[in-house]
Write a protein that binds this ligand. Structure first.
Ligand code: SAH
Length: 470
């Protein structure tokens, strides 16, 4: 057994900054960094550390001597336990400052990039109830909060419908009201839960692999349509129909009611058949006169109105005249490609998920757009010299990769093709900075604009315009 002290108590420490994953930062008396899960920059606190990591501590504020003036009262009763909105205790103006700072720091420290004058981060108009899609999980052994555990009350009802406790695949926090999706989202979720309990429709237990109800997905589109998808672990026709009929009859506003029977170990729906119970198997989103058909598996930006702002920024940066060949890499369901199509000669979209490409093609057809082409495949494999020869030399490349950033072969190929302009949209400025560093010999950063799509979380998007060096 190691005799090393495992825990430390540091007293009267000022919290000085925010860090990745929604944490905040303080310094221990010997100068080492301490990451905190429950403090706001400006707080003065006593810290109890967990086990020391290599060169830093992770800890928790256990006593607050001074509360930061950046603090606000969290609106949500689940704040602090739920992993969803880690910054609800910080006012929105300061959330924006820290998001902006993270992007700039990453571009400077990871990418060592020369930056133009930075335009202020685009704030989100709605700071709550901005998501169009939520996925809740059912469990028959709900997570008990510290207060509940300390109390002497015996909790009989262990059923839950809500979110995973961060880092715990089998623990679900029961959610009464989530502030991320507008109503009737909360009403639908709570009604399903209550109806299931009253009618003895069992909740899933992932360890024992028992129970019926697994997940509930709710999508509410900007056109007012609502899709509900209930995932069951086993087929029990009587109980399934009982629940789905209840939903159909109680919520006339649901335009698409679907279900899944998923007997696999995991909840992922992407390899599952989605079965229609009532209504249509899709809903529509609308953006600037364009219509997008969304089915249960389709990817669509989860904050619709701010996605519109993001796309407008990307389109402004692109500054197209109508003569250009544009590539839209990581196109998803082809939303950006269609959004810029009227200003380009031709747009070529590439995406790994074949179903998304099917949606992209169908949406382009629905929108009467005839100058887009879409291909599915892994970017690193598809985006070859031969592909360029077939589709034409791009004047502009728009790229919007997932959090990992671009594969280095994709960056190498962009450097091979050397289009005049690149618009790089990123949801992770650390990998964006890494990729841009590889391109800095050939490209100058003309513009960089952070966009907040997810208020109350630490997540931030950044759009960069690259122009070829003369
Ligand atoms: N631009 C789209 C989607 C961006 S999300 C929009 O705004 O809606 C990133 C997309 O990259 C996802 O659709 C994901 O499926 C896709 N993707 C991830 N890895 C990929 C790869 N290796 N090759 C091609 N596409 C990939």
């Amino acid at each position: 057994m190691s005799r090393k002290k495992k825990f430390h108590l540091f007293e009267n420490i000022e919290v000085v900054d925010t860090a990745a994953k929604g944490k905040s930062v303080a310094k221990s008396p010997d100068g080492r960094v301490v990451f905190l899960s429950n403090a706001v920059p400006g707080d003065i606190v006593d810290i109890r550390t967990g086990r020391k990591r290599k060169s830093y501590f992770e800890g928790k504020a256990v006593k607050f001597h001074h509360l930061s003036d950046k603090r606000v009262e969290p609106v949500c009763e689940h704040f602090g336990v739920c992993g969803g909105c880690k910054w609800q205790h910080m006012n929105y103006k300061d959330q924006l400052i820290y998001k902006q700072k993270e992007v700039t720091n990453n571009l400077l420290r990871i990418g060592h990039l020369d930056l133009p004058e930075i335009t202020p981060i685009a704030a989100c108009k709605s700071i709550y109830f901005y998501r169009n899609k939520m996925e809740f999980s059912f469990s028959d052994s709900r997570w008990l909060t510290e207060e509940e555990l300390k109390s002497d009350i015996e909790f009989e009802d262990k059923n839950a419908c809500g979110f995973h406790i961060p880092g715990m695949w089998d623990k679900i926090l029961d959610i009464k009201k989530c502030h991320l999706q507008e109503d009737p989202s909360n009403t639908i979720r709570n009604s399903v839960k209550n109806f299931a309990i009253e009618n003895e429709i069992s909740f899933f237990n992932p360890r024992q692999r028992t129970g019926l109800l697994r997940t509930l997905m709710i999508r509410i589109s900007s056109t007012g349509e609502i899709m509900v998808v209930v995932q069951f672990f086993k087929e029990d026709k009587t109980k399934r129909e009982l629940l789905l009929n209840y939903l159909k009859e109680t919520f006339a506003e649901i335009t698409s009611l679907q279900y899944i029977i998923n007997e696999k170990g995991n909840d992922s729906i992407y390899d599952q058949d989605i079965l229609l119970f009532s209504g249509r198997d899709h809903i529509f989103e609308e953006m600037e006169g364009l219509t997008f058909k969304i089915n249960a598996k389709s990817f669509y930006q989860t904050n619709s109105s701010q996605a519109y702002e993001l796309y407008k920024i990307a389109r402004d940066f692109a500054n197209l005249t109508g003569d250009e060949i544009v590539y839209d890499l990581y196109t998803g369901t082809g939303t950006i490609a269609q959004f810029v199509a009227s200003k380009a000669k031709k747009v070529i979209g590439v995406e790994a998920v074949p179903e998304a490409i099917e949606d992209a093609k169908e949406n382009a057809r629905l929108n009467g757009i005839d100058n887009t082409v879409f291909y599915d495949g892994d970017m690193a494999k598809v985006f070859t010299q031969e592909f360029i020869e077939q589709n034409g030399q791009p004047d502009l490349i728009i790229t919007d990769p997932p959090r990992d950033g671009m594969h280095k072969k994709v960056v190498a190929q962009i450097l091979n093709i050397l289009p005049e302009k690149v618009v790089y949209i990123s949801c992770n400025s650390a990998t964006q900075a890494r990729d841009l560093a590889l391109m800095k010999e050939e490209y100058v950063i003309e513009k960089s604009q952070a966009v907040d799509m997810f208020p109350q979380t630490h997540h931030v998007e950044n759009v960069v315009l690259l122009k070829r060096r003369k």
